[in-house]
Ligand binder design. Sequence first.
Ligand SMILES: NC(=O)c1ccc[n+]([C@@H]2O[C@H](COP(=O)([O-])OP(=O)(O)OC[C@H]3O[C@@H](n4cnc5c(N)ncnc54)[C@H](O)[C@@H]3O)[C@@H](O)[C@H]2O)c1
Length: 252
Amino acid sequence: MSLPPLLDGRTVIVTGAATGIGQAFALACSAQGAHIVVADMGPADETMDLIARQGGQAIYVKTDVADNDSTQAMAAAALQRFGRIDGLINNAAYFREVKLTDFEAIDPAVWERIFAVNVKGVWQCCKAVMPAMRQQHSGAIVNIASVVAVAGQPGYLHYVATKGAVLSMTKGLAKEVGQHGVRVNCIAPGFVITDATRNRPVEWQQSFLKARAIGREQRPDDLVGTAVYMLSDLSGFVSGQTVVVDGGHIMY
Ligand SMILES: NC(=O)c1ccc[n+]([C@@H]2O[C@H](COP(=O)([O-])OP(=O)(O)OC[C@H]3O[C@@H](n4cnc5c(N)ncnc54)[C@H](O)[C@@H]3O)[C@@H](O)[C@H]2O)c1
């Protein structure tokens, strides 16, 4: 027996979909029948090409999630092309630029920017899609936090604080928008090998790997099943939840 695609005919916006985990989300949602809005600050030719090669439909919208007008334009482009917005994955983040820094030495300008992208950006993207979701009386938002929001991580206080905010916003927003048929959930990935993390210290990578119940590297594809589940009707009565996907390191 074959099941129909889980996201057939739906429209899903994936922020930060040009590379890494966001690209994996975009490809997986497309494979499940969704129309994809590839929203990224940078060019996303590779993602667009990969979606086209697997027979999917997508548009690229150059988007800076930290800029409110830009997120409004992202939602408008999605509606103009596909007529509805069913899903949003808030994946874009100020992440690869983050440097290991004692908390007292964090540059205030970096503190401001990381909150503008990782926290205000999530809020602004949620605001941008909400009128469409409210009108449809349905929608699913998936926020990407990090296991560091649950477990802590020395030297990354600014980043940890933003991901803690994403985790809490998931709960707060879920309570506020449930009445409109909109669900909000969160994934907290462990240490995933992407271009953003490939050059982090090897000992550091090894320590994560050793602590896992499933003792291997984590790859972007390890996250997509949880995201598709959270966007689909399979999780129709699940909201405000965070799932740690890290191979069984932190048991939350
Ligand atoms: N890789 C990991 O180990 C790991 C672990 C936990 C959580 N995460 C989270 O997963 C997500 C993706 O991580 P990744 O490793 O794929 O990172 P990445 O740096 O490879 O990808 C991030 C993408 O977001 C885009 N982006 C950055 N700022 C943006 C902005 N202001 N507006 C629009 N797009 C913007 C970038 O252009 C890039 O394409 C992030 O939210 C990150 O915090 C990653």
